[in-house]
Design a binder for this molecule. Structure first.
Ligand code: FES
Length: 1002
């Protein structure tokens, strides 16, 4: 049917189908700022302005839009400088998003900006709660909403004509280390609008960080301007001619053999280009885990198999001219199954006689995999003499804890596009954290040599570990090989819940021996970990559960010198969707039991919870206890921890949270609702450490090339998931080269052009890839100085200088006598004038260490003792992540991480029915926090200078996932005097705990 649509004040005459949505039509017309997040409109990433209201374009027929005014993000502002054509620049809301650090992955950004515009057009002076309400229909999994809210309030002020402080002025506090702030202290900005939300974190700076020009500054993200305009930067934003759409037929059974598949009707359907079953493609066993070679886990997966192992497992692939035809074809495939017994409970998997989930002869064992026992991995780590430690204890504390399966829920689903290029090389454009691992792992699966595969990683709309998996690229690739045509495969939201990866659920037993004075004599953890149907990341995730949590508490006195720690785990196969990597990588599973247990022990012994933890916590200069015993399936190598800022973090967060006024204060406990007296307030703490990269294994790489105008191309294989890693890597290079960030053109990543990098995981990019960038920049700087000295010395007058006499700053090479050569002069001389040479360098780096960041996490809650309902009121996190390269992006990581972790604490959980079918299948069933549901989020950075990195950094991305749940659990205990040992701490579980009134100690 023919329609006339008015989009951004431009009229379009279109042909569309009667049932076609406005979303589909907008994207077909090239308005790629409208994004797919889910089918129900619950993510809100499909938001456009319809007349003056924000609406979900995927819930509206295109025909309904005729005669109305549609505004998309492309109708707002644009980059001010378009060559000879100058524009009005970005809209004030877009500008504020760029300046406030409100953009992380940027996938939700166009929708948030449009929702904000609809609000401000109606209400130019909104309150913070009105702003939160206005954008509550647009889910963001990255930011914690603090900076988007601030950006909208800032834009409103600009649009009203109010004057504002620049970002970084008046918002960040530099705190003295010896004088923590008192509770309730507020910034003095003179800002007229009342704000609860700050852009910049509080900082306790390390003395070594002061001389930097770019490092340590709240620079704008290098990709912010394109993302805020909704440019076609993501995987699905490019659609080659002749592109087919892929769909996957998924198993309705948790465990079954495929006896027969009849695809004849599906193949005969008009518009179907290919239908593939296990009989049509090579049978190659592999691991979907995106890890370095050799994969530290079993090879137990096939692109398609004659057996299905969970509800949602793959049965057949279809490629068709349209999505609708592909979906229709799925319904025409007839499958005859032999249904097998299914194991849904991990404890049952280990029972003698349990049905074997992996009986395929191609299975490749890794270390301690035992498929005959349904064991994907077995971990046995003993440090010191644990039995002796227990024997020497005055008291033994034992308890069991349960942690749930949860989903990454990045707003951009898994998506990839494959096509043959003109050289008959297979191009895989994919939203992945690990492009180089995708290429290496898929080559044998596709029967192609690595050199005939090119993987392009465009912008990623969030990953959180879910895209550290070679999860679905093979589907599109097989279909491109079969059809010779480009194929796009994009997960539905339901597929994200039923056919993607998740956090390993675990049942964890703790046993701790303690002296009366609070000295831990021995500490033991046993984890029964459920990897689901495949063993991807099974060993390494579960290993980290013990490795990075149990290492924190070594004991005190003699025990500090020789800690007694045991970590055992069984990682079992079940007939449930596979678990995998999820931000935190096993460590949040360790801290729920460990820190809940520490709280119980402190209370039972009548010790101060902060003092008890700090008494036993690891110190700088001590060995990481696990470094002598375990290293993700590789040879362990002893490692000394150089920097521990934990005690300083505790001091800062203790003051900021008001701990001293609240903990143990009965009046405060009852202050939430003194009249009805059904509400109790509570405050809790958790202390955590993480890791930074995987030592002696994972490599980062970078190359830097100088251009004619003195700018630089920075090519990195690292992948920015929205973390801001492109920005901080460019900041480090700019610092070394003495140029503004604007002069660094960062590109990541393309396996044909960018140096090898292991990708984004294990909190490694700033540390590993950052060192590679710094080394490459140092090499380029040396070349620049040689050229500059030559130019300077060639001039008639002045002293002769050696390259080492020069320094780079302000786009110049500067001599001690004040003479200078500009970067442009150096570039032109090098490229065009004399002894011509391209100034460039490549460097790579593998770390011999994994310096842990540390943090103190405080949480404040209000619990209704009648109903069990809980409100988390405030989260304060003080973090030692070494030197902070960019406080804006780093604090965004902490805020977003805390909110994501809050879901783990109180509401997120994947559950299955008795037949193994997922109960949570959309973003309605599976609740992630909206902008109007967020507690106070406060970030404090306590800097240390980590000597193993050129700029002193440690990791920041994963540690906010670790402490929120146990801090909330401890706060609940503080509020109600009863323990919830299973997270998430839902109202029902809290209500039951109140009824059972478990004692607070074993
Ligand atoms: S920035 Fe909002 S989803 Fe990533």
């Amino acid at each position: 049917m023919k329609l006339q649509l008015t989009i951004n004040a431009k009229t379009h005459e279109i042909d569309c189908l009667p049932g076609e949505t406005l979303f589909t039509v907008l994207r077909r017309l090239g308005y790629y700022g409208v994004k797919f997040g889910d089918e129900q409109g619950l993510s809100g990433s499909d938001t456009v302005i319809f007349d003056s209201k924000p609406v979900n374009s995927s819930l509206m027929l295109a025909a309904q839009a005729a005669g109305h005014l549609i505004v998309t993000i492309e109708g707002l502002g644009e980059h001010p400088d378009q060559g000879w054509r100058k524009t009005d620049g970005l809209h004030p809301i877009q500008q504020a998003f760029v300046e406030s650090g409100a953009i992380q992955c940027g996938y939700c950004t166009p929708a948030q900006v449009l929702a904000a515009k609809a609000l401000l057009d109606k209400n130019p002076n909104p309150s913070e709660s009105e702003v939160r309400q206005a954008i509550s229909g647009v889910l963001c999994r990255c930011t914690g909403y603090a900076k988007p809210v601030k950006a909208i309030l800032q834009a409103a002020a600009v649009m009203r004509g109010d004057s504002l402080p620049e970002t970084g002025q008046g918002w960040g506090w530099i705190l003295p280390d010896d004088q923590p702030p008192s509770s309730g202290q507020t910034p003095t900005s003179g800002f007229t609008t009342e704000l609860q939300t700050r852009v910049m974190p509080k900082m306790v700076v390390a003395p070594q960080s002061s001389p930097y020009q770019t490092v340590g500054k709240p620079e704008k993200k290098v990709d912010a301007i394109k993302l805020v305009q909704g440019k076609p930067a993501f995987t699905a934003d490019i659609e080659p001619r002749g592109m087919l759409h892929a769909k996957v037929l998924r198993s309705p059974h948790a465990h079954a053999r495929i006896k027969n598949i009849d695809t004849s009707q599906a193949r005969a359907l008009d518009g179907v280009a290919a239908v593939l079953t296990w009989q049509d493609i090579p049978r190659v066993v592999y691991s979907t885990a995106g890890q370095s070679d050799p994969i530290p886990g079993p090879l137990d997966a096939f692109s398609l198999d004659n057996k299905v192992r969970f509800v949602g497992d793959r049965v057949a692939f279809v490629a068709a001219e349209t999505l609708e035809i592909a979906e229709a074809a799925l319904k025409l495939i007839e499958v005859e199954y032999e249904v097998l017994d299914a194991i849904l409970d991990p404890a049952m998997a280990m029972q003698p006689g349990a049905i074997r989930i992996h009986d395929e002869p191609e299975y490749v064992n890794f270390a301690d995999s035992h498929p005959e026992k349904n064991l994907a991995a077995e971990i046995r780590i003993d440090i010191g003499n644990v039995e002796k430690g227990f024997a020497e204890a005055d008291q033994i504390f034992e308890a069991e804890y349960v942690v749930p399966k949860v989903q990454q829920a990045h707003i951009e689903p898994h998506v990839c596009l494959t096509y043959w290029d003109e050289d008959d090389r297979l191009v895989i454009r994919t939203s992945t954290q690990v492009p180089f691992h995708v290429r290496r792992i898929l080559a044998p699966v596709l029967k192609l040599p690595i050199k005939r595969i090119r993987v392009i990683k465009p912008r990623i709309g969030g990953g959180f570990g879910g895209k550290q998996e070679v999860l679905m690229e093979d589907v599109a690739a097989h279909l491109t090989i079969a059809t010779r045509r480009p194929v796009l495969y994009e997960y539905t939201r339901e597929e994200e819940f039923t056919g993607a990866r998740s956090r390993h659920p675990m049942r964890v037993r703790m046993k701790t021996g303690v002296k009366r004075d609070g000295t831990i004599t021995a500490n033991e953890m046993y984890a029964l970990s459920d990897t689901g149907a495949f063993g991807c990341h099974a060993l390494t995730v579960t290993g980290n559960t013990g490795h990075k949590s149990m290492a924190l508490y070594v004991g005190d006195g003699e025990y500090r010198k020789a800690p007694n720690i045991r970590f055992y785990a069984d990682v079992v196969y079940t007939n449930t969707p596979p678990a995998g990597a999820f931000r935190g990588y096993g460590v949040p599973q360790g801290y729920w039991p460990l820190d809940r247990h520490m709280e119980k022990i402190a209370r039972a012994l009548g010790l101060d919870p902060l003092d008890f933890r700090l008494k036993n916590a690891i110190h700088a200069g001590e060995f990481h206890p696990f470094s002598t015993a375990w290293n993700e399936g590789r040879e362990p190598r002893p490692e000394i921890i150089n920097t521990v800022g934990l005690e300083r973090c505790v001091a800062q967060a203790r003051a900021a949270s008001g701990w001293d006024d609240k903990f143990g204060n009965e009046t405060w406990h009852r202050s939430a609702d003194p009249l009805t007296s059904t509400k109790r307030k509570g405050i809790g703490v958790a202390m955590v450490m993480q890791g930074t990269a995987i030592p002696y294994l994972d490599m980062g790489g970078a190359s830097i090339k100088m251009n004619d105008d003195g700018s630089f191309n920075l090519l990195v294989g690292a992948t920015d998931l929205g973390t801001g890693s492109d920005t901080v890597l460019a900041q480090m290079a700019a610092e070394v080269l003495g140029v503004p960030l604007d002069d660094m053109i960062c590109y990541s990543s393309d396996t044909d052009f960018t140096p090898f990098d292991k990708g984004a995981y294990a909190s490694s990019t700033t540390y590993i890839s950052g060192t590679a960038v710094s080394n490459a920049a140092q090499d380029v700087a040396e070349q620049i100085k040689i050229r500059a000295a030559k130019i300077l010395n060639a001039s008639a007058a002045g002293k002769v200088y050696a390259p080492g006499d020069l320094r780079l700053a302000g786009r110049q090479a500067l001599a001690p006598d004040g003479r200078a050569v500009s970067m442009t002069e150096i570039a032109l001389d090098s490229l065009h004038h004399s002894e011509q040479k391209q100034i460039m360098a490549v460097a790579s780096y593998v770390s011999p260490s994994s310096p842990p960041p540390f943090a103190a996490q405080f949480a404040e809650v209000t619990v209704d003792i009648e109903t069990g309902s809980i409100t988390v009121d405030n989260l304060v996190m003080a973090v030692d992540s070494g030197i902070i390269i960019n406080p804006l992006t780093a604090s965004g990581q902490i805020e977003g991480g805390m909110l994501q972790a809050l879901g783990y604490a109180v509401c997120e959980e994947l559950r299955y029915d008795a037949l193994g079918a997922a109960r949570e299948r959309d973003l309605g069933d599976y609740h992630i926090f909206r902008a109007d549901e967020v507690p106070g989020l406060e970030t404090i950075f306590v800097e240390t200078f980590e000597p193993s990195h050129p700029f002193g950094v440690k990791a920041v991305a994963e540690i906010p996932m670790d402490g929120v749940a146990p801090a909330v659990g401890n706060a609940i205990l503080d509020a109600i005097g009863a323990n919830v040992d299973q997270n998430p701490a839902t109202p029902e579980r809290i209500w039951r705990a109140i009824r059972e009134q478990k004692p607070s100690a074993s």
